[in-house]
Design a protein around this ligand. Structure first.
Ligand code: VG1
Ligand code: CO
Length: 581
């Protein structure tokens, strides 16, 4: 192939957000839009790192992925990349990409040094919906801010990019290697099935035999909803073939370019079918719900954990996994190096860390902040309130891992009861037992999606301004309700990475109450249009007689305060959030 240099000019708005660049497909389809971003990334990595490299390019299979893969292959070839590894039909979950970077060796011993992940995660897909791209580094984790900042700077000055225009499109539906000869030598594209790599890794972490035993028990029933995302490409292999689950346990496990028209976000609002099956929806499907249910998002890094008629908050989920990991999961049998959560995630994990005497870290929102801690051997298990849970087996959150972690805990707790006549220890039992031991963190998140960006900014500015006088804040708070604790402090969260010393400012507005309650306000960094305001509300209850309340009811005083303090209705014109989780 030949290399052509195409001249281009900067395009506005290519700043990577919490997890890469996400825009409507029609934006990505503009001339040079994808090309500029890809070249800005290559330039940020520097030519020395790019030349001769092995790159992974794949994603959740959403609409436009097939076109994007071919464009990136041609640009990689022209930039002197030696090899590109592509998942069959462009499919590779975000955790699988991370695993492939860390674990896979090519036939000649080559190792990948990074990846373009093509996903907009939990955002809908299709011609009128979202596409996205992000770069992951050699450790398998998302590029740190130092790199994403450089990428953005490069998008503002880009003038040209090289591309191998005459390189034929590679057939990505068939496994195999295609070799080309370019001006700088050989260039290979290898199409493979990443499920092999991923299954191998999962088997090295969990005791599949004990999970298999759990799944074979008539007492234990299970349902998994991939919401037509890429998790479906792994679910059959793992749950049915390896662990012996029934085919009928899998819902929406055929990956689709438009996720079947749905919103591939595993929460109580969007995972409707699963929610109904688990006996949690308004429309009862009839019949006895399964004992355990789970769902994934588009790129399979998120998870929702459900019991029969029971919802496990993601903040509780990571705390429960941490509390049980050493006993229930072979990978952790020699102990946990530490645990971490993102700032808006509830403090349930903090209580476990304290009681088990574990190192603990609170980082800004987004998985990229956990990577340094893990690389430095300071953190084994971490999680976010946004249905993200994972460990240092890779450098992304991992939806299927979380399901296997819960299955391991269930298998462990039911070791003796699975064959006998004793009752199954259920998901709900495990959570209630956890609350009884550690106390309960009532938690909810209100999302106001696609509000006017200017108004959202004003709301945030209003909240920051209020923080300058705590007595004034307390006057307002007490004027709204007298039955809540005093606000003890208020600030904008700032993080200093304990490993590299880098500082991230303005990571969310916090109001902290004397009784440990918290209100947090953030603007989302993953939307593709307008602004999304996230409001996180949390209250800790140690009193065992008060841990069984309905969470919206328990939190209603704090909700009222949050909405009035922020003047939510006034700024957004919304009387209710789009999504409550
Ligand atoms: C959201 C979540 C955050 C998560 C991020 C990426 O970000 O709040 O916790 O890490 O999505 O998840 P934001 O900026 O919109 O609040 V995913 O599944 O998109 O990779
Ligand atoms: Co995701």
């Amino acid at each position: 192939f030949k290399v052509t240099v195409v001249s281009t000019s900067p395009i506005d708005g290519q700043k990577p957000g919490t997890s890469g660049l996400r825009k409507k497909v029609k934006v990505f389809k503009q001339p040079n839009y994808l090309e500029n971003f890809v070249q800005a990334t290559f330039n940020a990595l520097t030519p020395e790192k790019v030349k001769g490299a092995t790159l992974v390019v794949s994603g959740d299979g959403r609409y436009y992925s097939k076109d994007a893969v071919q464009i990136i292959i041609k640009m990689a070839a022209a930039n002197g990349v030696r090899r590109v590894w592509v998942g069959k039909n462009t499919l590779m979950s975000t955790p699988a990409v991370s695993a492939v970077i860390r674990e896979r060796s090519g036939a000649d011993g080559s190792k990948a040094t990074g990846a373009f992940i093509l996903t907009a995660s939990h955002n809908p897909g299709g011609p009128t919906e979202d596409f996205g791209i992000k770069y992951n580094m050699e450790n398998g984790g998302p590029a740190p801010e130092s790199i994403t900042d450089k990428i953005y700077e490069n998008t503002k000055t880009i003038k040209e990019y090289p591309i191998a225009e005459d390189l034929p499109n590679v057939d990505i539906s068939a496994v195999g290697v295609t070799s080309f000869e370019g001006p700088e030598g050989k260039f290979d594209v290898e199409v493979f099935d990443s499920a092999d790599e991923y299954v191998k890794l999962m088997k090295s972490i969990f005791d599949f035999e004990s999970i298999r035993k759990l799944l074979s028990s008539p007492k234990f029933t299970f349902c998994y909803d991939a919401l037509h995302g890429v998790a479906g490409a792994y679910a059959h292999r793992i749950f049915v073939e390896e662990l012996g689950a029934q085919e009928s346990a899998l819902l929406n496990c055929v990956p689709k370019e438009d996720f079947g028209g749905g919103h591939p976000d595993p929460n109580l609002t969007y995972a409707k079918e699963l929610v109904a099956r688990m006996g949690l929806g308004k429309s009862d499907t009839g019949g006895e719900p399964p004992e355990f249910g789970a769902a994934a998002d588009g790129d399979a890094d998120r998870n929702m954990i459900l019991g029969k008629r029971f919802f496990v908050t993601p903040s509780d989920s990571v705390a429960i996994i941490a509390a049980n990991a050493i006993e229930a999961i072979p990978y952790f049998c020699s102990g946990l190096k530490g645990v971490a959560r993102s700032m808006p995630t509830s403090a349930a994990l903090d209580v476990v860390a304290k009681s088990l005497n574990l190192k603990f870290f609170e980082v800004p929102t987004g998985w990229k902040f956990f990577g340094n801690l893990m690389d430095a051997g300071m953190c084994s298990v971490c999680g976010e309130e946004s249905f993200g849970t994972g460990s240092d087996h890779i450098r992304e959150k991992d939806g299927i891992w979380a399901v296997l972690a819960w299955m391991s805990i269930l298998a462990h707790k039911n070791k003796d009861s699975i064959d006998g006549d004793t009752k199954l220890v259920t998901v709900e039992d495990i959570v209630r037992q956890h609350w009884a031991t550690y106390g309960r963190h009532y938690y909810t998140r209100y999302d106001y999606e696609n509000v006017d960006a200017g108004k959202a900014k004003e709301l945030m500015e209003h909240l920051v301004k209020l923080q300058s006088s705590i007595p004034e804040v307390n006057k307002i708070v007490k004027g709204i309700r007298s039955d809540v604790a005093n606000v003890s402090s208020a600030d904008e969260f700032e993080y200093k990475d304990p490993v590299d010393g880098s500082i991230s400012k303005h990571q969310g507005i916090r109001y902290l109450f004397e009784d440990g309650s918290r209100l947090v306000f953030r603007l989302s960094g993953t939307g593709s249009e307008g602004a999304t305001i996230r409001l996180y509300i949390e209250q800790y209850e140690k009193d065992a007689s008060k841990i069984g309340r309905e969470s919206q009811e328990a939190l209603s005083p704090l909700v009222e305060i949050a909405l009035k303090l922020s003047k939510m209705d006034e700024f957004t014109g919304r009387s209710a959030p789009t999504v409550i989780t």
